[in-house]
Design a protein around this ligand. Structure first.
Ligand code: TNX
Length: 518
């Protein structure tokens, strides 16, 4: 008994000391949370989930949304592994011991990024997640899943297990508003189920944007009803002669809804004026002589272009943007703009100006790759995605105070980890786990208006779901922590200590992560 009291006193004292040093030191032997929360304190005791545990929602008019997107979502995970019934009830039910409480309420002190902020308190009686918005509750649920440990993720019931977690107090907010993952579905096509599974995996790490690179030289992957040739012809191929494919508009809407239920926004990209061979193959009039080029299955870049001085081009672009804007709820349409080496600079700048007008006409805001910010048409609130991130490349966006998404080499998850990696390219050098973790946006772009960061999975060499898993994990976890966790709280060795716990979870989720990441 005395020993137990002594042990508790030591735990309490340790927690107090941790709090003095910023409440951020995690006892990694017990818990592994990625991305690391803003503040974390262990308190006394343990909570146990039992066969009687329920989820109680205190949310007023947001009840239905929270029940459907968050309570049912968590209950499904808990039911699968615990075998408990995990009922869902609405307040005024008073929480009983063992219940999980979702509470939508204004924070006492206002916070930045409050939309995704949450507090999570685990005491011996209850688990309570409080947030200003449903998105915050959802992010909090991701932390809670991780507190339970890997077995909670098993599909079938785990028998004779005590589902207890250490009492903690967590208060959490993201460092950056934009924490994206880009999937290239053009070089190789991936069915919607594969994308939805990646959405679920990324949601665990609090990723909140899914950028779909829908078109490129090798394939056009989104149905445009007024231009059926784009999918009848342009979707057929892929790199290396692999089978093609495309999303119908209904498929796209399904992906968007699936992501939205996980508080992830889908941002569609139509890459222009380069990277358009699939469009040129499909629509002969887009070519200067009316003769379509041959389909391409190689991985060269920079050879194709739309005709910037031809009105036929803008009729085409308008058809695409109009239809895409109608099925995409995101405020943004990504218009590409990278590697337009076959487009003379003046034409390029003119083209970006014209396309920006079209995007505006349909009520959307542009995002584009560097160097699209050189166009005078690119003014706030347009967003630039900088994939160079070398000092000089921020000049235009800094002078215009554009919001910037950073995608430096360390976020290029199509690059090989090291010499042993069979998949991937290496034109940006190797990207091992340390380099995907150990960079600091504010140092990389000291004068920029940083919106956030994005990891990019280009798929020239990525063919299967297993390939995707291998390149994304564990590096996406590192990038996710760069986006979510305050720089002062980030430390690579501390991240490494949290990895075994995460690997156990990925094993339970049957993710083919790389074990050769150094
Ligand atoms: C560059 S970076 C590209 C893509 C390639 C990728 C391969 C950028 C905006 N474009 O077209 O797929 O490198 O790593």
């Amino acid at each position: 008994m005395i020993k137990k009291i002594q042990k508790r006193a030591i735990i309490a004292l340790t927690a107090a000391i941790q709090c003095l040093t910023g409440c951020s030191t995690i006892d990694t032997a017990k818990v592994s949370i990625v991305p690391k929360p803003l503040s974390f304190t262990e308190t006394n005791g343990e909570f146990e989930l039992t066969a009687n545990s329920r989820i109680i929602i205190i949310a007023g008019s947001s009840y239905n949304e929270i029940k459907q997107n968050i309570a049912e979502y968590l209950a499904k995970i808990l039911r699968g592994s615990t075998g408990f019934s995990v009922e869902i009830a609405q307040a005024p039910e008073t929480p009983a011991d063992g219940d999980i409480v979702f509470r939508l309420a204004a924070f006492e002190t206002p916070r930045s990024c409050y939309i995704e902020s949450y507090d999570l308190i685990v005491d011996e009686k209850n688990i309570t997640i409080t947030a200003n918005e449903p998105a915050g509750l959802f992010r909090g649920v991701q932390t809670l899943r991780q507190l339970f440990g890997a077995d909670i993720e098993r599909k079938g019931p785990v028998h004779d297990k005590k589902w207890s977690i250490t009492c903690v107090e967590i208060s959490d907010s993201p460092a950056y508003q934009y924490r994206g993952l880009m999937l290239d579905v053009a070089r190789h096509f991936f069915p919607k189920e594969v994308i939805m599974r990646q959405i679920d995996l990324a949601a665990q790490y609090k990723i909140n944007k899914l950028h779909l690179h829908l078109t490129d030289d090798q394939g056009w992957r989104i149905e445009i009803k007024s231009r059926p040739a784009l999918t009848e012809i342009g979707s057929l191929g892929a790199v290396g002669g692999a089978p093609g494919g495309y999303y119908t508009q209904e498929d796209f809407i399904e992906i968007v809804k699936y992501a939205a239920a996980r508080y992830i926004e889908v941002i569609p990209e139509i890459d222009m004026p380069g990277h358009v061979n699939a469009a040129l193959v499909s629509i002969p009039e887009l070519n200067p002589n009316g003769i379509p080029p041959k389909p391409r299955t190689d991985i060269a870049v920079g050879y194709s272009t739309l005709q910037a001085r031809s009105e036929v081009t803008y009729e085409f672009v308008e058809d695409v943007i109009r239809e895409l804007a109608a099925i995409s709820p995101s405020k943004y349409i990504h218009i590409g703009g990278d590697e337009a080496d076959a487009t003379p600079l003046e034409d390029y700048l003119y083209f970006i100006g014209r396309v920006s007008e079209i995007v505006k006409k349909y009520g959307k805001t542009t995002i584009g790759w560097t160097p699209y910010d050189r166009s005078e048409a690119i003014v706030p609130d347009a967003v630039i995605q900088n994939w160079f991130c070398t000092p000089g490349t921020f000049n235009y966006s800094n002078s215009k105070n554009l919001q910037v998404i950073l995608s430096p080499a360390w976020t290029y998850l199509d690059q090989k980890y090291n010499t042993n990696t069979k998949l991937g390219l290496q034109w940006r050098g190797f990207v091992n786990l340390r380099s995907s973790y150990n960079w600091f946006p504010s140092k990389m772009a000291p004068n920029a208006n940083i919106y956030g960061i994005e990891s990019a999975l280009w798929t020239e060499t990525i063919v299967t779901q297993d390939d995707m898993d291998y390149m994304l994990y564990p590096r996406l976890m590192a990038n996710a922590e760069v986006g979510w966790t305050q720089e002062k709280n980030r430390n690579y060795s501390d991240f490494r200590r949290r990895l075994p716990g995460q690997f156990a979870r990925l094993d339970a989720l049957e993710v083919n992560y790389s074990k050769r990441y150094d």
